[in-house]
Design a binder for this molecule. Sequence first.
Ligand code: ADP
Length: 525
Amino acid sequence: TELEKNGSIGRARQVLGRVWGFDEFRPLQEEAVTDVIEGRDSVVVLPTGGGKSLCYQVPALVREGMAVVVSPLISLMKDQVDSLVSNGVAAALVNSTQSEEQKRDTAARIRKGEIDLLYLAPERLLTNRTLDFLTTVPISFFAIDEAHCVSNWGHDFRPEYRGLRALKQRFPDASVHAFTATASERVRDDIAEQLNLESPSVLVGSFDRPNLTYRMIRRDNALRQIMNVIDQHRGESGVVYCITRKEVEQTAAALAAEGISALPYHAGLDDQTRQDNQDAFIREKVDVIVATVAFGMGIDKSNVRFVIHAGMPKSIEHYQQESGRAGRDGLASQCILLYSGGDLMTWKRILEMGDRSNFDEAMQNINAMSDLCTGVKCRHAAIVNYFGQEFDVENCNACDVCLGELDTVEDPITLSQKILSCVVRLKERYGVAYTVKVLTGSRDAKIMEAGHDQLSTYNLLGDESASSVRTWVEQLVSQGFLERYGEYNVLRLTSEGRDLLQRKGTVTLTRSTKSSGGRSSRSPV
Ligand code: ADP
């Protein structure tokens, strides 16, 4: 009933104030907390920095019995438990770095009912010994952190998460609550299914991060462009993401040579170095960490002022998560993405080398990311819309598009007509690179052999650089006038493209950006 509901959320609010010193839950936290307290299975999707931890930490103190938190990263668990204990919460963890004696001691405290929150990695939880032990203690609920790891569709599938589906059977009285920052509906449904949840409540928070300013800039001189951003943030914390380990090493060295306090982080470094570099960043001994995607999951550092992507990430999900590590404290922060047409090819090559089972889907994700980069729609709107949410702010004032930093072309329709008619002349059988070559009058042997130097559209944009023409082709794709299809990403016109050829419709084409980023940002409130 309503009264009981008020009762449970009322108690939760008291705990929130007493233990954490916060006045109020954020809107979705309140619903998430209510589900946990009332024992209704749930899937909670909140972006990085959205406040997922409190959704299970508070209820753990309100409900009778012990809550078990499943978390994939030992370092993260330790940070969380340390901070809970320092707030006076009876939290504990068991992991492989502990001595037998420590583990025995924790088990004894659990038996006496002294622990409210127990953190475990999935592989430890799922051993028979742990499961048998836990069935002898009253468990209130299980909170599964980074729950997308249970899904093949997610970007970080971990086989050891699959065993978690046994929890509903082994602990029929405990509710199970999944938390993730991955928004896609498919992953969300899959999480519920893989974990065997019983008609779960599904809560999805807003994916907009109003305090972040997004800029997507064509890469020309990466080091200069990166330095330009760092110069605006001297002495502040930031992350530079690169696609490959080699780029990480080179960029970290180049920044150090520029006098920037920067360290590398990638999976090729030995565990100790990686841990040391991460610690140095978290404890502010170093300003900048240069990293591959290996860096970041579960890193709780709230005052990261900028995230630079030196190359394009492989999906909008990745971009949302990685850029989302900026400004978790709610203060204005910058997210700068440097991209080039070549990034798409780099990812394609990486994909081709790996296991190809998800190739088409992975390619779709990469293309969507590329369309976002070359797009001319508000970045906040584009990202939020991608996750299936509305964005009704007219001018966000916090992205290169809305800040008017894009240099638009005078007569975009005529320019578009030239490009679209070239695609038509090529019988919609060629990809971006080839089309650009024809438009700019390349004497490439393939073009000569095919006789495409005889087309009326050959060299039609001979005065423009190939990289400008490439940008425009990509912008026509991202605005839905052209589409790529088939294994070779061949270009063809959409019906909007055919209309535009008749001068019906509107289009925006831009040259590379005027500035590479200022400090302005939409107020976070
Ligand atoms: P997530 O796990 O979703 O990435 P966290 O749980 O780490 O996010 O929370 C992000 C930050 O927001 C933390 O610093 C946390 O203390 C703060 N926070 C969460 N909920 C609240 C709240 N209700 N009031 C004030 N601050 C909050």
